[in-house]
Design a protein around this ligand. Structure first.
Ligand code: ATP
Ligand code: MG
Length: 158
């Protein structure tokens, strides 16, 4: 199946947060978003805005760098925010419960290159690029038709 996608160019912190909120509107259990890109690229920034827009009870959304996974109850169902930077072997992915969460929850995964064979094939991939101090490029890529509407909505400006 051919890949599909689009690029957001030179987006500010505010615009990136707005894109996170936009993404959140369309999520349901079983959806995975892989947030790929270097340290400080804005992966957690986008995830935080996305999560906060759908939380049932307002709460802080810390970076999961040390806890590895933070689990939230949202209006769209249970959401896992995971940062795999510190894992040392693929075995930890199953131990974390992440493979099960891919089936039952919404999952946002930072450092998804660590997933190896466990990477869900139908995930939305967001590749972050930080060429400037205060703007980012984000390339959205997918193969599953599940995400086809995303492009239309971004183009419609909602
Ligand atoms: N346009 C922008 N979009 C997102 N973040 C920006 C932007 N401009 C500046 N920033 C800053 O860049 C930093 C992004 O940090 P963030 O924790 O989201 O990175 P990360 O990709 O999650 O890194 P890590 O791999 O360490 O988890 C924040 O300090 C944020 O304020
Ligand atoms: Mg992060």
């Amino acid at each position: 199946m051919a890949g599909r996608g689009f690029q957001l160019s030179d987006v500010s912190e505010t615009e990136l947060a707005a894109f996170g909120v936009h993404l959140a509107r369309n999520l349901c259990a079983g959806d995975t978003i892989l947030l790929d890109g270097p340290v400080g690229a804005g992966k957690t920034h986008l995830a935080r805005a996305l999560i906060q827009s759908i939380l049932i009870e307002p709460e802080d959304v810390p970076s999961p760098t040390f806890t590895l996974s933070q689990v939230y109850e949202t209006v769209r169902g249970t959401l896992w925010h995971t940062d795999l930077y510190r894992i040392t072997s693929e075995n930890e992915i199953e131990e974390l419960g992440l493979t099960e969460a891919f089936e039952t929850a919404i999952c946002l995964v930072e450092w998804p290159d660590r997933l190896g064979v466990y990477a869900p094939k139908d995930a939305l991939v967001l590749n972050f690029e930080a060429k400037n101090y205060d703007t980012r490029n984000v390339h959205a890529i997918w193969t599953s038709p599940r995400w086809d509407k995303l492009k239309e909505r971004v183009h419609a400006g909602s």
